[in-house]
Design a protein around this ligand. Structure first.
Ligand code: HEC
Length: 122
């Protein structure tokens, strides 16, 4: 190999490495949340929340006790009337039912219920 080529090759390799580095996926952005989302639900993992709601059969039990499809239990006009109380209620079910949800999972579940049923803004 001609010695003149070496520096050229080196800089090619370096720039290829730099390009590869630049293309590594950025750390995931927090999901977009509407401005009306309560502060405690900002950035909550909604996909995780939906998955946990399905996995823990929340709707099955609620449906047995409250009739309909299991959504009648969620009463936005009831006692649970702020985002904080909603999260607290999910925490209570978590504790009573021994679901073993981590705090951020409780938040994720509550954020989904808020999006789909309660629609609290604070
Ligand atoms: C074994 C039955 C059962 C399961 C499973 C269950 N719940 Fe409940 N849940 C209840 C009962 C009973 C109530 C009503 C309590 C009351 O009104 O005092 C309730 C009430 C609630 C409420 C309050 C509703 C309101 O507006 O007053 C929320 C929120 C809730 N559950 C969330 C969940 C979530 C989330 C899950 C799954 C992770 C879950 N629950 C699983 C039985 C269950």
């Amino acid at each position: 190999m001609a010695p003149r080529l070496l520096p050229v090759l080196q800089s090619l390799i370096l720039s290829a490495a730099a390009t590869a580095f630049a293309q590594t996926p950025q750390t995931a952005q927090a999901p977009q949340t509407p401005a009306s989302e309560p502060a405690i639900y900002q950035g909550a993992d909604l996909a995780l929340g939906r998955q946990l709601i399905a996995q823990h059969r929340c709707a099955e039990c609620h449906a047995r006790k409250f009739g309909d499809d299991g959504n009648a239990v969620y009463r936005p006009q009831g006692r649970v009337n702020t985002a904080g109380l909603l999260r607290g209620m999910v925490e209570q079910c978590n504790t009573e039912l021994n679901l073993g949800l981590f705090p951020e999972e409780v938040t994720a579940v509550a954020a989904v219920l808020n999006r789909e049923h309660y629609r609290f803004t604070r």
